[in-house]
Design a protein around this ligand. Sequence first.
Ligand code: UT7
Length: 351
Amino acid sequence: MIRGSGMYVPPGIVTNDMLSRIMDTSDEWIVPRTGIRERRYVDPAQGSSTLGVLAAQAALENAGLTAKDIDFVIFATMTPDHYFPGNGGLLATALGMETTHALDIRMQCAGFLSGLQTADAFIRSGTYDRILLVGADVHSSLMPWPESVWDVLLGRTEGPCDPGWYAKATGMRDRAVLFGDAGGALVLEANDSGDGRGFLGFRMYTDGAHWQKLYVPGGGSANRPYMTGEMQDNLDTVPIVEGRQVFRLATQLMPAAVRDVLESAGATLDEVDLVLMHQANLRINEAVQKVLELPDERVFNNIQKYGNTTSATLPLVYDEARRAGRIQPGNLVCFTALGAGLHWGAALARV
Ligand code: UT7
C-alpha cells in the first residue's frame, strides 16, 4: 500500500513568454495545444538525483519514517546524473542508507508506473517490506543552447538571442515547450491488516516496434564512439518526438489499459474515485477523460504548472491531489501512463 508521498520542484519558473525570448513560439500557441502555462528548470548542474533526494525526504516525512526504515530503493529516470552508475545508489548514499539495495529503471514516461509494479511484486513476494520509489527528471539538461542563451531566456541579459541559436531552438520548439524538471516519490509498504488497501492489479504493455516515435538518436552504444561533438552540433542529443502519432497512440492505449486493469481486478469504472494520468499533454488527458466518460472531479492534472516531467508526473499528481484533499484513505485510484519504448499500462490501488 501507499504509505506516504512527496515531491520537489525547483523554484525557477519558466513561463511560455520567457521561452519566446529564444525561439519562435508563444503562449497563444502553447496553451491551446498542450495546456502548459509554465514549467520549472533547475539551476545549472543540479542533477535528477538531487531532485529525487528532496522528493524522497518529503515522502519519508509524510510517511512518518526515516531512510533507515527503507529496505529497497527504486529510481526511475530517463535523465540520470551520469551515463552510469544510475541514480539509485546516488540517492541511497545521499539519504545515508548503508545497506539498502537500489534498482534503476530506464522506462521514460512509463518508468514510475513500472516501478510501482516492481515494488508491488517485491512486497508481495515478501522480499522487502518497505520500498522507496522515486521518479525524477531534469529535461533542461537536454536543451543544447549555451549559457548566453539561458541568460536571455531567464532575463539575466536583455537580448536579443543570438540569431543562430534562435533558429536552432525554433527547430526544436515542438519539444522544448513540453518538458519541465521535477522529482516525486512514494513510500510503499506491505499491508497485512486485512483492510483491503494496496495494489489490486497492473496491466503493463510494450510495443518496441514504435521505438523510433520517441527517442534520442545521439549518444549510446549503437554509435562508436557513443558520443561525438558532431552529435551535439547536429542536435542529435535532443529527443525526437513524432508528436501527433504519440498523441494518437496515447489517447487509444491509455483508456484501453484502464479498462483492462479494471476488468482484471473485477472492478468497474464507476467505482474508481480518481484517475491519475501521465502528464504529457493536457489535451491527451482531456481526450482520455472523454473516452472514459469521466467527470472533472474524478481526474486530476497539474501539467499546467510543471509541463511534462516524465518519470515524476505520477507522484506529482498523486502528491498534489492528496494534499488538495482529492485522495482520501480507502479511495480507489487508477494510474495510467504511456511513454517512449513504447511502454504503457495502468495500475489500480486502494489507497
Ligand atoms: O511524452 C512524450 C512527449 N509528449 C508528446 O509527444 C505529446 C504529444 N504531442 C503533442 O501533443 C503535439 O504533437 C505537440 C503539442 C507537441 C505539437 O503539436 P502538433 O500540432 O503536432 O505540431 P507539429 O509539430 O505538427 O507542428 C505544427 C505547426 C508547425 O508549423 P508549420 O510547419 O505548420 O508552419 C510547427 O512548426 O506548429 C508549429 N509549431 C509551433 N509553433 C509555435 C510546433 N511547435 C510549436 C511551438 N510554437 N512550440
